[in-house]
Design a protein. Structure first.
Lengths: 578, 124
C-alpha cells in the first residue's frame, strides 16, 4: 500500500517532497471529516485509559480493595445476636443460642386440620384448634412454635408436609437457672427484655456485641441463696431476701429474693415468685432503722455516746404506747439503747433531734425517694405525710416508714464506710475504681456507729451473727407486719444487717426472712437475732475466703482498743454479758 | 516489521486476557472459599457459645457443691484453718521437745511433733 493513497492518513504525516500537493475537492473534504473523527475517538480512548489508570492506582496504592473484602467477610452475620450477660468473674449468666423455629405458609397447606393434629402430637404445648385456625388463614407466614428442640425439629421434618418450614432464631438461655432469676430477668419470644437486667439494659444488650459485666459474683450469690433457703426451711417462713453490697463502691455483689423462678421457663409476671422483694418490695424495717436514728443523734450532736435517756417505762403518745422488747426498765446510755434495741430510748432520741433534721438526714441517705438503679423493678418508699411527732418517734425504730432492702443496704454502706453514699449499681466497676460519692455524714459518726454495730454482735441482740475472726458488726431488726390495719405479733419480718470486717468495712450483708415461725432450736423465737443473724454469720464465713478477707485475732489488743466504746459503764458491761 | 509488531500486540492482548480471566476465576474461587470459611467460623462460634453455656450450666455452684459433697472428703474452710506466714513462729534452734513446750498454749502440739508444722490448715 502506498501511503500517499490513503485518505485516512493524518496530516502530520507529511507526504514526501516529490508527491504533489493535494487538491481541493471531494477527496480533501473526506480527509477533513475522518481527521475530526479520529481526534474525537483518540480523546475518548485517552479519557478511558486515564480512568482505568486512576482506578488502578487507587486499588493498588490505596484502600480500594479492602472495603470490598471486609464487606464479603461481614455479610455472613446479618443480624447480631443479643449480647451475653456475665458475672464479675466472667461466668456466663445469659446467652443467645440458635434454635430452629417452625413457621408455616398457610397457602401451601391443603388440609389444615390434619396438619394441626399431626403437629399437636409432636409439639405437646401448642393448642390444636388454635394452630388449625392459623393454618386455615390466608396469610403467607405464620409462626407455629419457636423455638423447637432439635428432636422436635427432626420429627416435624419427618412428616414431610409441604408448607412447613424452619428458620433459625436466637433463643435466650440462662445456664445458671434459678440462681439469678430476679437480677438477670428474662425475655419474650421476640427477644425483648421483660424483667431484670434484660429489661433494664434491653437496648444496650440489643446493640452491643460486648458482654455486659454485672457486679454480681455467682459464687456469693449461691452462698446467699443457699443460706436464705435454709433459714426459710428452718423457720417455715413464707419467703426471704438478701443483699450483699460492696460498701466502698455501691456494687451489688449478690441479691436474692425467694421464692424465685427459672428464667428459662419464666412464670407469670404477677406471681409471688416473679416479684423481686429486694428492690420492688418495701417493708417497715424495724430496729435496723436504729442505725440511722443513732447516727442522726450523734451527727447532729444532740447526743454523745455518753448521753442517756429514760427507758424506765413504756412511752405513751396519744393512743400509741411504745414498748421495749428487751426491757431494761432504767435509764440507758446511747450504746445501751442500740445494744438492747430499746424502742423507748430511740423514740426519745428522735424527739430530741426534731422532725426537720430527721427528715433531712433520712433524705440524704436516699431513704425517702426511689433509688436510681439498673433494674426496672423498683419500689417507691412509703413515707408518712404529714410527718408528725408520732411518726418521728416510730421512724426512730423503723415503723411508719417502708423502704426497700436495696435502699437499706445502700444507706448502711454509707453509714459504715466513713460516711460516703454511693448509688447502688449492678454493673461491675473496674478494679481500683474509686467512685466519687457524696459525703452524707462525718467520718467520726461513722466510726462511732461501727463500734456500736460491733457491740450488738459481741454483747447485744445479734450474738448469733458472730463469725469468729471476721469482726462482724450488725443490727437486728424485727418488724411486725400489718394485718387488718394493726400490727400482728405473729406476722414478723425479721432481718439482720451485718457489716464486716468492722474495723475497715468491705461488705454489707443483709438478710430478711418474711413471716418466720419460731421452732424448738430458737426457743420459739422468730426475731431477727434468731432467724437472720445466724444466716448472715454463715454467709460471711463462707464468702470471706472467696473475697480474700483473712480472719484476724479478735482479742488482739489493737482491735480491742479500736472497737472500745468509752461510755459503756461497768454495770452495762456486766448486763450486756448476760 | 509492522506484521511483527501487530503479532506481538496480539500476543500481548491474548496473554493479558488469559491472565485476567485466570485471576478472575481465582478471585471467584477465593471468594467461595472465604464464604465457606466464614460459614465454618460461624458454626464454630455457635458451637463455642453452646459449649460456654454448657460449661456454665455444668458449673452451677449448687451442682458443684453436691458433687463435692459426694466425691470429695473436703468441707468448707473455717477461719481457724487459715493462718498467715508471719503468724508462724520461727523454727527454734532448741531440740523439738523443748520447742514444743515453748510453743504457745493454744497449739495442740505433741511433745514429739515438730512445733506448729503439724497444725491443720496451711499458710497463705
Amino acid at each position: 500500500m502506498k501511503p500517499d493513497d490513503n485518505p485516512c492518513r493524518p496530516r502530520h504525516f507529511k507526504p514526501g517532497p516529490c508527491t504533489p500537493e493535494p487538491q481541493d475537492g471531494p477527496a480533501q473534504l473526506l480527509l477533513e471529516t475522518s481527521h475530526t473523527r479520529l481526534i474525537i475517538t483518540a480523546v475518548l480512548f485517552c479519557l478511558a485509559f486515564i480512568v482505568i489508570g486512576a482506578r488502578l492506582v487507587e486499588v493498588a496504592g490505596f484502600k480500594g480493595g479492602e472495603t470490598r473484602l471486609a464487606h464479603i467477610a461481614a455479610t455472613e452475620r446479618a443480624e447480631p445476636a443479643r449480647a451475653d450477660i456475665v458475672d464479675r468473674n466472667g461466668v456466663l449468666l445469659a446467652t443467645t443460642l440458635e434454635a430452629p423455629a417452625l413457621f408455616a405458609v398457610p397457602k401451601l397447606i391443603k388440609d389444615p386440620e390434619r396438619v394441626a393434629e399431626q403437629l399437636a402430637s409432636i409439639l405437646p404445648d401448642i393448642e390444636e384448634s388454635e394452630v388449625a385456625a392459623k393454618l386455615a388463614s390466608d396469610k403467607s407466614f405464620v409462626w407455629i412454635k419457636r423455638p423447637l428442640t432439635p428432636s422436635q425439629a427432626l420429627e416435624v421434618n419427618r412428616l414431610g408436609l409441604p408448607g412447613l418450614q424452619f428458620q433459625p432464631v436466637g433463643r435466650r438461655v440462662y445456664p445458671e437457672g434459678n440462681l439469678l432469676s430476679h437480677v438477670v430477668g428474662y425475655v419474650d419470644v421476640d427477644g425483648k427484655g421483660l424483667a431484670g437486667m434484660e429489661r433494664g439494659f434491653d437496648e444496650i444488650l440489643r446493640d452491643g456485641q460486648e458482654p455486659v459485666e454485672l457486679s454480681v459474683d455467682a459464687r456469693i450469690q449461691y452462698i446467699l441463696r443457699d443460706e436464705i433457703a435454709r433459714a426459710i426451711a428452718q423457720f417455715s417462713a413464707a419467703g426471704g431476701l438478701g443483699v450483699v453490697m460492696d460498701v466502698n463502691t455501691g456494687e451489688v455483689v449478690a441479691m436474692v429474693s425467694l421464692p424465685d423462678f427459672d428464667p428459662n421457663q419464666p412464670v407469670d409476671a404477677d406471681s409471688d415468685a416473679a416479684r423481686n422483694q429486694a428492690t420492688l418490695g418495701v417493708y417497715e424495717m424495724g430496729s435496723t432503722f436504729k442505725i440511722f436514728n443513732t447516727a442522726l443523734a450523734l451527727e447532729t450532736r444532740t447526743a454523745t455516746l455518753a448521753s442517756s435517756y429514760d427507758a424506765t417505762k413504756p412511752l405513751q403518745i396519744g393512743r400509741y404506747t411504745i414498748h421495749d422488747d428487751h426491757a431494761q426498765r432504767r435509764w440507758l446510755t446511747v450504746p445501751e439503747i442500740f445494744q438492747y434495741s430499746s424502742n423507748i430510748g430511740s423514740a426519745r432520741m428522735a424527739l430530741a433531734v426534731g422532725i426537720d433534721r430527721q427528715k433531712d438526714f433520712l433524705g440524704r441517705l436516699g431513704l425517702l425517694k426511689t433509688p436510681n438503679f439498673e433494674l426496672p423493678e423498683l419500689g417507691a418508699p412509703l413515707v408518712p405525710s404529714p410527718w408528725r411527732e408520732v411518726n418521728s418517734m416510730t421512724i426512730a425504730f423503723g415503723h411508719g416508714i417502708s423502704v426497700s432492702p436495696l435502699q437499706m443496704a445502700t444507706a448502711v454502706s454509707a453509714v459504715v464506710n466513713g460516711g460516703v453514699l454511693h448509688p447502688p449499681t449492678l454493673i461491675k466497676r473496674p478494679a481500683g475504681y474509686a467512685p466519687a460519692g457524696q459525703q452524707v455524714l462525718s467520718t467520726r459518726t461513722s466510726e462511732d456507729l461501727r463500734r456500736l454495730l460491733r457491740l450488738v454482735v459481741e454483747h447485744g441482740t445479734g450474738k448469733l451473727a458472730n463469725a469468729p475472726g471476721y469482726l462482724v458488726g450488725g443490727k437486728t431488726g424485727t418488724a411486725e407486719k400489718v394485718s387488718d390495719k394493726r400490727y400482728d405479733r405473729h406476722e414478723l419480718f425479721s432481718s439482720f444487717i451485718g457489716v464486716f470486717p468492722i474495723t475497715a468495712p468491705r461488705y454489707v450483708v443483709m438478710i430478711s426472712i418474711n413471716r418466720p415461725h419460731g421452732n424448738k432450736a430458737s426457743a420459739g423465737f422468730a426475731t431477727g437475732g434468731w432467724v437472720a443473724a445466724p444466716a448472715v454469720a454463715r454467709v460471711i464465713e463462707r464468702m470471706a475466703p472467696l473475697v480474700g478477707i483473712q480472719p484476724v485475732d479478735e482479742d488482739s489488743p489493737e482491735i480491742r482498743r479500736s472497737l472500745m466504746v468509752d461510755s459503756l459503764s461497768p454495770q452495762g458491761r456486766k448486763l450486756a454479758a448476760n | 516489521m509492522i506484521r511483527l509488531a501487530t503479532l506481538l500486540w496480539a500476543l500481548l492482548v491474548a496473554a493479558s486476557g488469559y491472565v485476567m480471566f485466570q485471576v478472575k476465576y481465582q478471585v471467584v474461587q477465593l471468594e467461595d472459599e472465604l464464604a465457606h470459611v466464614n460459614r465454618l467460623i460461624d458454626g464454630d462460634r455457635e458451637q463455642i457459645r453452646v459449649l460456654d453455656a454448657e460449661w456454665s450450666f455444668l458449673n452451677q455452684p449448687a451442682r458443684l457443691a453436691e458433687l463435692a459433697k459426694r466425691h470429695l472428703k473436703l468441707s468448707p474452710i473455717t477461719p481457724t484453718q487459715i493462718s498467715r506466714l508471719d503468724q508462724l513462729p520461727w523454727r527454734s534452734p532448741t531440740p523439738p521437745a523443748a520447742a514444743a513446750s515453748a510453743a504457745p498454749p493454744s497449739a495442740p502440739s505433741q511433745p514429739t511433733a515438730a512445733p506448729r508444722s503439724s497444725l491443720p490448715g496451711s499458710s497463705r
